[in-house]
Design a protein around this ligand. Structure first.
Ligand code: KG4
Ligand code: ZN
Length: 340
């Protein structure tokens, strides 16, 4: 079976063809970063318009470059949510229209399930049950996954997502958008011993997160310094990154101990962070654990992960459902099981 994946939830148009036997056939990614850069963040209306401009030509291109005819495609998977409503609607409309025209089923995918499924494109995909750490621009969540397609929430951020905090701190430090990779790069020059920032919500039990106080702490530290030197900015980036990474690592250790699971799957844009990966690799745990990440290229948004999730959700392929649905907010725990 061959699935066409369409990702348009935020600022990347991702189109991919994934085959259940052969794996990834092709994927195309168009990033809108240049478009949004001048505004310091994603402008939703501009994002939707750019998806409209890119989506169909990219699908056309992927079919041509792989010599694929519509009747060779088994289904179309698109991101139904969560994300920016206008951006989601573009992907949903394109997917449903093509499914109708080609007489094939379509299936709406949860973006974060897509991120998790990106680990299928690695040599050793994760084994169930596992704890999922979902860390992106919109999510910081810990989930218990006992079997494919079911998610039990263990803890989540009460305010900013980890990626969002990285993006906001990048702005404070005068860096561009998206901020995570740039803060991480600047932190490489920073002195880890100059500042120690708080590790929010780690002294009390529980698996929830909060990054908004840490963000304010970062701003206050910056303001206290007066006009910051290049070294000041690097030291602050390092202290902030260390605090976020440490906090996430502490909560992951707790989640693994609480569930007794011995596999951790990390997905979403922030899973590309090198310091997070090394902190998780040296978690002080009683049992040995396996940690799975998507390949670096597939940590951030892409169409391949949506196509793979489309295969996972084959029991929910809809042949004649022409309603166009987008869910800007969509708790992952509401996803139906795979057999329903
Ligand atoms: O998953 P993603 O591409 O889009 C969402 O679903 O949100 O994640 C994007 C987020 C951004 O906030 C970006 O700053 C962050 O992931 N990010 C990183 C790194 N690479 C991307 N944060 C920290 N370190 C990185 N290396
Ligand atoms: Zn994402």
């Amino acid at each position: 079976m061959r699935v066409l994946g369409i990702e348009t939830s935020c600022d990347e148009t991702g189109i991919a063809l994934y085959d259940s036997e052969a794996g990834l056939i092709a994927d195309l990614l168009y990033s809108q970063i240049d478009l949004h850069q001048a505004y310091g963040g994603v402008v939703p209306e501009l994002a939707s318009r750019d998806h409209i401009r890119k989506c169909l030509p990219m699908i056309d291109q992927i079919l041509k470059q792989t010599n694929t005819l519509p009747h060779q495609i088994s289904a179309i998977a698109y991101t139904e949510g969560p994300g920016l409503i206008g951006a989601l609607l573009v992907g949903a409309s394109v997917a449903k229209s093509l499914a109708l025209a080609w007489g094939i089923p379509a299936v709406g995918i949860h973006h974060m399930e897509g991120h998790l499924q990106a680990t299928q494109m690695t040599e050793t995909p994760p084994e169930y049950p596992f704890v999922a750490l979902l860390v992106s621009g919109g999510h910081t969540q810990l989930m218990a996954c006992e079997e494919p397609g079911t998610y039990q929430l263990l803890g989540e951020s009460m305010d900013d997502a980890a990626g969002e905090a990285f993006d906001k701190v990048a702005k404070m430090l005068g860096l561009g958008y998206p901020g995570g990779p740039q803060v991480a790069k600047l932190a490489l020059e920073g002195d880890p011993n100059r500042f120690t920032f708080p590790r929010p919500m780690t002294t009390k039990p529980g698996l929830n997160f909060s990054f908004s106080g840490l963000k304010t702490h970062t701003l206050n530290t910056l303001n206290r310094l007066g006009p910051p030197t290049a070294q000041d900015r690097a030291d602050i980036a390092r202290a902030f990154e260390d605090a976020v990474v440490d906090t996430i690592a502490i909560k992951c250790a707790r989640a693994l101990e609480q569930t007794g699971f011995s596999t951790l799957v990390v997905a979403g844009g922030v899973s590309a962070n090198t310091r997070l990966r090394s902190a998780l690799a040296s978690l002080p745990l009683r049992q040995s654990i396996a940690i799975n990440y998507p390949a670096l290229k597939y940590c951030t948004d892409n169409g391949a992960m949506i196509a793979i999730a489309g295969l996972l959700r084959q029991s929910q392929w809809q042949l004649h459902d022409h309603a166009i649905v987008a869910r800007p907010r969509w708790p992952m725990t509401e996803l139906p099981g795979l057999t329903t």
